[in-house]
Ligand binder design. Sequence first.
Ligand SMILES: [Zn+2]
Length: 505
Amino acid sequence: MKKLLPSLLLAASLLAAAPQKPKLVLFIVVDQCRYDYLTRYGKEFRGGFDRLLRNGASFTNAQDNFFPTLTAVGHAILLTGAMPSATGIVGNDWFDRQTGKHVTSVSDDATRLVGTDGAEGASPRRLLVPTVGDELKKANGGRPRVLGIAVKDRSAILLAGQKADGAYWFDDKSGMFVTSSYYRSALPDWVRTFDDGHPADRYLGVTWLSHRIPKDGSPLYKPVERSPFGLELMEALAEHALQAEELGKRGETDLLALSFSSTDYVGHDYGPDSPEVHEALLSMDRLLEKLFQAVDREVGLSSVLVVMTSDHGVSPLPEVSRARKVPGGRLPLAAISDWVQAALASKYGPGKWVAGCWDLLIYLNRNLIAQKKLDVADVNRAAAEALLRMPHIARTYTREQLIDDPAVRDKTDRRVKESYDTVRGADIEFLPQPYWVFTTDQTMHGTTYDYDTHVPLIFMGSGIRAGRYDSTVPTNDIAPTLAEILGVPKPSGSVGRILSEMFTQ
Ligand SMILES: [Zn+2]
């Protein structure tokens, strides 16, 4: 007995250190939600954001520690804890050198959409590492339910992972929530019933602020998803999922991952300082509270771990920056691509030199380089040097610099290098100067500047000490922290640490 006592005490203290295992993890991504929205609108929040800020552990300096800060890249990191060099999700779009084709992070021609016209589907096939949901299922004989729901396919799929029971997203042509044959051959009854009510139709012809949702056009439901009404649709479907899938009620810990994409669309269309984004955030606040009350009725909020964060921030509209006497402007991707094309054509002769240019990634035409018997590294360097001469380009990186050059000047270099995937990575990656956006209208994100990288991160649940936590934490820390709370192995690509400072002892 005397001998047993110390080890029992030790076991008891270890048990007390990690929060109690929740019945449900409710993982919420508010797409393109900058941290400063919480402080800017904090006094106006009366709903879910307010509840999270009062009762949760809020990390005030959570940072996207990767490049480029785009939706697919960010969502792939949030529940894997890995860098893009390991997730394999290097952009929203990239050039697949094996097939010579443009691909998206989740496009998969071996699958079909389920719940609509049967067009090409999507899958997590390009995600190379497991998610927390995958680990949760693996450690518990597959019994936990893991679901992803979003307006965007990539957000639902990349949060949910390979072993998920389902991922559902909004099809802006049909106005329906759909899935892919990767998961199942038919929609479950609860999604079909939801779709049968044509929930998106009620917003056609409706006005929000000064914007009227048209009653016709193609794709018909695009203006719906690009408004706060997209948030309402998401919240309504999440409530159906809670009930129909009996989440948190079966003696297993389940995981429901939700990504509210419409905040991103509204932010792109009107900019972070607009009345429209303000309106979308107030809607989000109200809908989060509606969801929390539903969770409380169904499961009991005290047995649920809620995590709220974002995949990236956004730059102000350049016009707004200039009015504030901050430098900034537009560097359209087409102009960047044309600049590189012209430089290579003048140096090496005619031909289509750029194979693809998406966001901050440029892929060159390797076939043409081989045909002309040129050295790939020389051509990459020539392209990068030319691009650096373009006004308002701050930095360029060639594939060779990212792989071979050990020099790291600062945090920005480190982020770009640590994110580089040697198979899928671009030939040239670049960064514009701060407040310069690579789009002809609206605004954009993707850089390593704070307006793109600083996101909210709040944990709320039993065993979590509420309050502010001001240290800098990369969003890679979320996945290992969840794995610790769930008592499952860290996802294998994870590079983060456990945020144990918020655990009550
Ligand atoms: Zn996004």
